[in-house]
Design a protein around this ligand. Structure first.
Ligand SMILES: Nc1ncnc2c1ncn2[C@@H]1O[C@H](COP(=O)(O)OP(=O)(O)OP(=O)(O)O)[C@@H](O)[C@H]1O
Ligand SMILES: [Mg+2]
Length: 255
């Protein structure tokens, strides 16, 4: 049984089918990339997988449980976490505080009781603090620990959003363009980070336009065009697929 099974998934906005009868599965431990031209439906697919959008039809099964109509926080609790295409961090706080808040929102006793200071909440707070420090170092932001998140470079913000997504301890991590807006020299550092996440045995779905990255780290690739799955296979098979090459003509995405 796959970790995630998607069948007949469709999302229509008025007359537009942003996601159109998609069928695919994600295996435990794999890195599956989802590529396709702008507007192909990639982010919409993530929004459906995480409960931000309700599908027009179709099913999403995660760990044999139907999460098709689950709300975002229920999806997170079940073990799926994501980053956003547009970075979403708490910009008025420090880098470390971001990671504390990210976890506290999912902690057992909740943020309010940790602030009030019940003994059990104190233990929880200590655990959260330690975990935040651990994630901070995992994503390589120790030196930015007490800096305001608003002042971070684009690349550091991407690292922080990945840290935030990791703070809910996902089994499946969805990354929406983790290198978007980041310069060429910094990309390899982010690729290394994605590799490190894989070594934690976290399954990853990656949306990316940077083909060099996609080709080098994916186990499998799914190509979307106008909401439909037009190709699926190993990086080599996809790069040589006629329909894929056609879909990309005139796009910024070249193999
Ligand atoms: N909330 C919405 N309301 C109406 N249309 C939407 C909405 N969200 C997405 N769309 C439309 O659905 C289509 C797919 O958009 P989506 O953002 O999923 O594409 P994408 O593959 O992520 O593109 P990009 O590579 O540019 O990020 C587009 O035509 C978009 O305009
Ligand atoms: Mg998108």
């Amino acid at each position: 049984m796959a970790l995630l099974e998607i069948s007949g998934l469709t999302k229509r906005f008025g007359g537009l089918s942003a996601v159109d009868d998609l069928n695919f599965s994600v295996k435990q431990g794999e890195l599956l990339s989802i590529i396709g031209p702008n507007g192909a439906g990639k982010t919409t697919l993530f929004n459906l997988m995480t409960g931000f959008y309700k599908p027009t039809s179709g099913k999403i099964i995660f760990k044999e449980k139907d999460i098709t109509r689950s709300k975002p926080h229920q999806v997170t609790r079940s073990g799926i976490s994501r980053t956003f295409q547009m970075t979403s961090i708490y910009s008025q706080t420090t880098v470390l505080e971001n990671l504390v808040i990210g976890q506290a929102l999912h902690a057992k006793s909740g943020l309010c009781s940790s602030i009030i200071g019940f003994p059990s909440a104190n233990r929880e707070r200590k655990k959260i603090q330690d975990k935040a420090e651990e994630i901070l170092s995992f994503v390589g932001l120790e030196d930015k620990r007490d800096k305001s998140a608003a002042g971070l470079t684009e690349e550091a913000q991407k690292r922080l959003s990945i840290g935030l997504a990791l703070s809910t301890e996902p089994e499946l991590l969805l990354l929406d363009e983790p290198t978007g807006g980041v310069n060429m020299e910094e990309i390899s550092g982010l690729i290394d980070l994605v590799d490190k996440i894989r070594q934690l045995n976290i399954t990853i779905c990656l949306i990316e336009h940077k083909m060099r990255m996609v080709m080098s780290i994916s186990d499998r690739i799914i190509v979307l065009s106008y909401g439909k799955n037009i190709a699926e296979g190993t990086p080599d098979a996809v790069a040589n697929n006629e329909e894929v090459i056609k879909a990309y003509l005139g796009e910024r995405c070249v193999f």
